[in-house]
Design a protein around this ligand. Structure first.
Ligand SMILES: [Zn+2]
Length: 486
């Protein structure tokens, strides 16, 4: 049965797709440089990974004995890594990608997206935003995304978001959070129970559900970070995630939860800017997940704007990374890794230069890849399912091509992935053992069809807003609508 082919070969793809629904199907990914990101397994200069159904069943230097019973994918000259994990992204917004690249403070972003354009979304728009965002993730090697969905204006909006994630075939945590402005139905948060029962009953499925909150003081009280939300989530038996964890008010809220004994690993805190040392200690002591959206903090200028990576490391926390808002920022984890590593090293080396005392260890490229994979998975409660290439875990895998113009020759695998590669080098992607990208192309999606859908939704939203799109205008009519913000 052995059929050894170049990874981008059509015949191999056909065989993979033919067996896709067979839980006993076996795939042998052979001969790659394997970065397992599993401390015990380490890495292989040349190694094999055997997948059965959705699961990794073996990892080793030579699994040739399995070749006879598997579809063999020859990955010579390739790097195999665990899929990236984006721990926080507002997927619904993304037919409006890069609409406001120069929004220069949190207030303007909120005014545009939450108080204005977000209020004009219909369920179909949420579907389209989520779909293009999820497909962009898969194309960039992101196999897991926490979809922070804070626009459930009606239950149908939530249905649409979840349908898009399911159709895209990505592993996702749909995080349902109340809206921040405009008219909305009063079905949230009660609707979370219906969502759980309708879509999330399969414990082994790709999709899971969380409750979301916004910690900032601007939030409606019922979606603020606090005991009410955490206890509501725990009664439903699901996790909890809070965006906007920044500044003294949020810090107080974290401390209150800590004193009440309510912090735990089922909670994810996003940003974690300008928090007290007490809050940080409580986060560390209780194994609370931390998500750092590096480019969001620094580029949009959120709170102190210096991502909290060193604070986290100083408290013994290895956080996950996140993209946050594609309306202003880049969409992939390569950018997140590089920006985060640059900022952490910059701060460490500055300290070394200016003081004669101790300075923080600079993050290595391997450390940084671990944040974008395993630590991300662990921070959102999926560390036992994904994030490393380990037998027993789900086969969420990414093939990186290091033979392209920007990456050849391969002299160091971690360095190539973290400091050189970009989405063009993502040659193949598997989610739960199913092929999602092959030969540098998403499998099963026609780009012109999706593009038409995205552009139509974008046009309709802007039409409802009374905004003419001008791709050269830097504030896209924002001054007209929100003169006080600029
Ligand atoms: Zn966010």
């Amino acid at each position: 049965m052995e059929l050894t082919m170049h990874p981008t070969d059509d015949a191999t793809l056909e065989r993979l797709l033919k067996s896709q629904d067979d839980p006993a199907r076996r795939t042998l990914l052979r001969g790659a440089t394997v970065l397992t990101m599993d401390d015990e397994l380490g890495a292989f200069t040349r190694g094999d990974v055997l997948v059965e159904g959705s699961e990794i069943v073996a990892v080793g230097a030579d699994l040739d004995a399995a070749a006879a019973s598997a579809v063999v994918v020859d990955l010579a000259d390739r790097i195999l890594i665990p899929g990236f994990v984006d721990t926080h992204r507002h997927c619904w917004q993304n037919q409006l990608r890069r609409l406001i690249p120069d929004c220069d403070n949190n207030g303007a972003y909120l005014a545009v997206m939450n108080d204005w354009l977000g209020t004009l979304y219909r369920p179909d728009d949420v579907y389209v935003g989520n779909l293009i965002s999820a497909l962009g993730c898969l194309d960039a090697g992101i196999t897991t995304v926490l979809d922070f969905s804070h626009n459930p204006r009606t239950p149908a909006h939530s249905d649409a978001a979840i349908r898009a994630l399911a159709e895209a075939g990505i592993r996702a945590i749909h995080t349902t959070c109340g809206v921040m402005g405009g008219d909305f139905s009063d079905t949230w948060p009660a609707d979370a129970e219906r969502l759980r029962d309708t879509y999330f009953s399969d414990e082994n499925g790709l999709l899971t559900l969380r409750m979301g909150a916004i910690a900032g003081s601007f939030a409606r009280p019922e979606i603020a970070l606090g005991p009410q939300g955490v206890e509501f989530a725990r009664q439903l038996g699901i996790g909890f995630a809070s965006d906007g964890v920044l500044g003294p008010a949020a810090s107080d809220r974290v401390e209150q939860l800590g004193r009440a004994g309510l912090l735990g690993p089922d909670i994810l805190l996003i940003h974690c800017l300008d928090l007290s040392d007490t809050a940080w200690r409580m986060i560390a002591d209780n194994g609370v997940g931390v998500s750092i959206p590096t480019t969001s903090d620094a580029t949009i200028g959120i709170a102190e704007a210096v991502p909290s990576i060193q604070k986290a490391l100083d408290h013994g926390i290895r956080p996950g990374l996140s993209v946050d808002v594609e309306v202003s920022l880049s969409s992939d984890m390569f950018t997140q890794m590089r920006t985060l590593m640059n900022i952490q090293r910059m701060l460490a080396f500055e300290q070394r230069y200016r003081t004669s005392g101790a300075y923080p260890d600079p993050l290595t490229t391997k450390d940084t890849l671990e944040l974008a994979t395993y630590r991300g998975a662990a921070s959102i409660g999926l560390g036992d399912r994904t994030g490393t290439i380990t037998p027993g875990k789900q086969a969420d895998l990414v093939v990186i091509d290091p033979t392209d113009w920007n990456t050849l020759p391969l002299n160091n695998a971690y360095g190539t992935v973290v400091t050189a590669a970009d989405t063009r080098n993502v040659e193949a992607v598997f989610v739960a053992g199913a092929v999602r990208k092959w030969a540098h192309q998403l499998v099963g999606w026609d780009k012109s069809t999706v593009r038409a859908l995205v552009e139509q939704s974008r046009d309709e939203i802007l039409d409802r807003a009374g905004m003419d799109l001008d791709v050269l205008e830097q504030k896209v009519g924002l001054m007209r609508h929100y003169p006080e913000r600029f």
